[in-house]
Design a protein around this ligand. Structure first.
Ligand code: GLY
Length: 378
């Protein structure tokens, strides 16, 4: 990454703090699969009732990033322990969902890419096969979630799923069979047509007629309201379209990522703290460091792909946001388990401003990207 020497020194210092912290956290959380922290201590989602939760690959992903950046085999050992716990989810596949890409890319496929372990490849291909099974060929979309108590979700697709396409691209690259990639491209093209609004903002949920593929309506989902702009959804779109660009080199995906990034950058508040929704009331102010970190990763990928005279806008925006996070909302103390402290999973929830494992993951990935020390996990 073409960054100034001052920014490099800053990124180095953040990396030092992160690696000192994670070395201690790895030891304390070696038998857990964390989602958040409770009074500074990681919770554990590895028990049967929470084992299939969509975030359960990120702890392994963080450990694999640390393993490749430090060479310390203890990170790989802990990552593999959590990878094994997820096996039962593959057996109970009816409880699984579209987020199998997040779960097994960050755990098994990362393992396979870094160490070539055959069991890890097998798990990754199993998850990719399940994700392809959620594709609706009449509607050209991958179905999100399973039945919900409040309604039928057969026709639902969500912008987040752009991130899960990585496991399909990987499966085609790995097996030489293009069928997984064809599913990914058809879902990406449908998302391109139906999720991005003319101003560059992005819808969270779109409902399609499952027999014709016609758009029925959209929902605000985890954001403020229908027609609003849930920031994590904007971030998934930026990074998600860059993932499709990375694997296909189709310039329409790069263009889409840039349009959403321009909208995102234009809406960054003066203080550099990203709200849960760009179109929510000013008060109460709920923020989401996960949206910030994911958007930064996406913008840094754009900066890598565009000519140097264009890359500055994405690089500057990402560095500015990461600096605000590091100075104001990150916790680098080795005594506590979480790095981020100001996340929200959705606009309407009882608590805000807490730690999330995936925000930690993307923050560390972004810092490693700045230093050109990241491992391409997606
Ligand atoms: N469904 C992924 C998220 O909450 O961002």
């Amino acid at each position: 990454m073409n960054i100034t020497s001052t920014d490099r020194l800053w990124a180095e210092s953040v990396w030092e703090a992160v690696s000192a912290k994670l070395s201690a956290v790895r030891e304390r959380s070696a038998s857990k699969i964390p989602f958040t922290t409770v009074q500074g201590v990681h919770d554990d989602r590895s028990l049967p009732e929470t084992r299939n939760f969509w975030t359960n690959g990120f702890w392994a992903g963080l450990l694999w990033q640390m393993y490749q950046a430090t060479g310390d085999a203890r990170y790989a050992q802990t990552a593999r322990f959590t990878e094994g716990i997820l096996d039962q989810d593959l057996e109970e596949f009816e409880k699984l969902h579209h987020d199998v890409g997040f779960m097994w890319m960050a755990s098994s496929v990362a393992d396979y890419r870094l160490t070539g372990r055959p069991e890890a490849r097998h798990r990754g291909l199993h998850a990719a096969s399940m994700l392809s099974g959620r594709f609706n060929p009449a509607g050209d979309y991958i179905r999100a979630w399973n039945e919900k108590p409040d309604g039928d979700t057969t026709g639902w697709a969500i912008i987040d799923c752009m991130m899960n396409l990585s496991i399909l691209y990987w499966a085609s690259e790995e097996t030489g069979d293009p069928r997984f990639r064809h599913v990914a491209v058809r879902h990406a093209d449908k998302s391109l047509r139906h999720f991005i609004r003319p101003d560059g903002s992005v819808k969270h949920i779109v409902e399609f007629d499952p027999d014709t593929g016609e758009e029925v309506c959209s929902y605000g989902g985890q954001g403020y309201a229908t027609g609003s702009s849930w920031t994590r959804g904007q971030a998934w779109a930026i990074y998600g379209f860059m993932i499709s660009y990375h694997h296909t080199h189709d310039p329409r995906y790069l263009d889409a990522a840039k349009r959403v990034a321009h909208y995102f950058i234009a809406n960054i508040p003066e203080n550099g703290r990203i709200p849960v929704d760009f179109r929510s009331p000013a008060e109460p102010f709920y923020e989401d460091d996960a949206a910030t970190a994911i958007a930064c990763c996406g913008m840094l990928e754009i900066a890598r792909e565009v000519p140097e005279n264009e890359s500055d806008i994405y690089l500057r925006a990402a560095i500015r946001l990461l600096k605000v996070m590091a100075a104001e909302t990150c916790d680098f103390s080795p005594e506590t388990d979480g790095i981020t402290t100001s996340c929200s999973t959705r606009y309407y929830e009882d608590r805000h401003n807490y730690n999330l494992i995936y925000a930690d993951y993307y923050f560390v990935e972004a810092v490693l990207k700045l230093l050109d020390r990241d491992f391409w996990l997606w």
